[in-house]
Design a protein around this ligand. Structure first.
Ligand SMILES: O=C(O)CCC(=O)C(=O)O
Length: 208
């Protein structure tokens, strides 16, 4: 674990990327367990006044009462299960060793929730957004784990979209977004129709 760590300083943001946070064989196991154990659902969003299905499956897990409202929908948490808790403790142990600046209040406390996303193939995607809902606190620390197909993860500066950055999220990798990132930067997972494989992403969060 923890091979190939990169610390990336962006304007108003800190990123940590660990290419091989989990080994390929451990990652294979998590991928197949999570695929069957998570209660995947395809949610609906409103787009220009029309209800459309989200281009991916998702599920929200967490401590009792830690609900999360995004895209206009309130999600009540499902109860943690073993695979999610195993990933969570590895990620927490890593985050607690790292130095995070004072803009990141949640690092002293464990993550208490996770948004799980399942991309069935390269036609599934996540549009531009910021993780800035009020229940995440002022400057959230978001830890994102990836299993399965490699996908591009794009960043753009909100007030100057020409400022961009991108990273390839690979099988077993960990990406942590910290600092003031969610105020100044948006992120997205674009469609990549040539990528055929399945991908699971878990973003651990702290809900206040
Ligand atoms: O699938 C990913 O890597 C992105 C997930 C994401 O942006 C989110 O959960 O807010």
């Amino acid at each position: 674990m923890f091979g190939n760590q990169e610390n990336i300083e962006l304007e108003k943001a800190k990123l940590v990327f660990v290419h091989s946070f989990f080994t390929p064989s451990v990652s294979d196991q998590f991928l197949s367990q999570l695929k069957t154990e998570i209660a995947w659902q395809q949610g609906e969003i409103s787009l220009f006044g029309r209800k459309v299905l989200e281009p991916r499956l998702s599920a929200w897990y967490g401590d009792v009462g830690k609900s999360y409202t995004y895209s206009g929908k309130k999600q009540e948490p499902l109860a943690w299960h073993e695979s999610l808790l195993k990933v969570k403790s590895a990620v927490e142990a890593f985050c607690q060793k790292e130095k995070w600046d004072s803009f990141t209040p949640s690092v002293e406390r464990p993550f208490n929730s996770v948004l799980c996303n399942f991309y069935r193939n390269g036609n599934d995607s996540m549009g531009w957004h910021q993780d800035n809902e009020p229940e995440l606190g002022k400057n959230p620390l978001i830890a994102s784990i990836n299993f399965g197909e490699t996908r591009r993860f794009l960043f753009r500066f909100k007030d100057n979209k020409a400022k961009k950055f991108e990273i390839l999220l690979t099988h077993g990798s960990l990406l942590i977004m910290g600092g003031e990132m969610q105020h100044y930067w948006q992120h997205a997972v674009p469609k990549e129709p040539r990528r055929l494989g399945e991908r699971i992403n878990l973003t651990f969060r702290h809900i206040f």
